[in-house]
Design a protein around this ligand. Structure first.
Ligand SMILES: [Zn+2]
Length: 233
């Protein structure tokens, strides 16, 4: 039987979770919480890297972050849709790992698979709690869903101060060497947005978000419902 997770992060591709919230993951792992990442696809259509190499990179990034588990649903790259089959695959993963909190990509992003991943996860969280849907597997009601930014950024509803975990986030991103390495002098590597200053842009975004609350680095999140707390102090 799989241990219950505190946090489950969904991404369309390995590296989505690290780009958007590697610092938040590292911070919660260091605080003793169990964090899992589930990638929906094997990124078989990535312009650079192979499925095998990306799998190894994801394993290395998972080790750096201290993930309790990383899974891959093997759905088709550029073939994920808000359909019953894919919603159920995600809902069953939520039931298997039984997280308290789920994270998914934000609803606006230049990559359509990030947008679709967020929509599928939203639907799946809802279905995971319906006890009469697939009654053979125990239903689970997650406490909250938060949306993280990958390529696009919006005014966050919530920020996490990740200043003391930034180095870990950077190391987890650098594990995805096939995505960020320069094509200069290489015949087998092509230019993509990811190998043209992308990591510097992610760092700049996290710094700008941190500036809103006078911390060195922050990751921002959106919520569909107001963030609820019982005490402010
Ligand atoms: Zn992606």
């Amino acid at each position: 039987m799989t241990d219950r997770m505190d946090i489950l992060v969904f991404g369309a591709h390995a590296d989505d979770a690290e780009i958007g919230m590697g610092g938040t993951i590292a911070k919660h792992v260091q605080a003793g919480f169990k964090v899992a990442v589930c990638d929906l696809t094997c990124s078989e259509l990535s312009s650079n890297g192979t499925v095998e190499r990306r799998k190894k990179e994801a394993e290395e990034a998972s080790r750096i972050l201290g993930l309790a588990e990383r899974s891959n649903l093997g759905l088709p790259d550029r073939g994920i849709f808000v359909c019953q089959e894919h919603i159920e695959a995600v809902a069953m993963e939520i039931r298997r790992l039984r997280p308290r909190i789920v994270f998914a990509p934000y609803s606006l992003d230049r990559h359509p698979d990030h947008v679709l991943c967020g929509q599928i996860v939203t639907e799946a969280v809802f279905n995971a709690k319906l006890r009469r849907l697939r009654p053979d597997i125990d239903s689970v009601a997650v406490e909250a869903v938060y949306y993280y930014y990958i390529n696009d950024v919006a005014e966050p509803d919530l920020m996490i101060d990740i200043s003391d975990c930034y180095e870990t986030k950077q190391r987890s991103l650098l594990a995805y060497e096939s995505q960020f390495e320069s094509p200069v002098g290489r015949e087998d590597v092509v230019w993509t947005p990811l190998n043209q200053g992308y990591l510097e842009r992610v760092e700049a975004r996290d710094r700008v978000l941190g500036m809103k609350r006078q911390v060195a680095y922050a990751e921002g999140f959106a919520t569909k419902v107001p963030y609820l707390t019982s005490l402010l102090l």
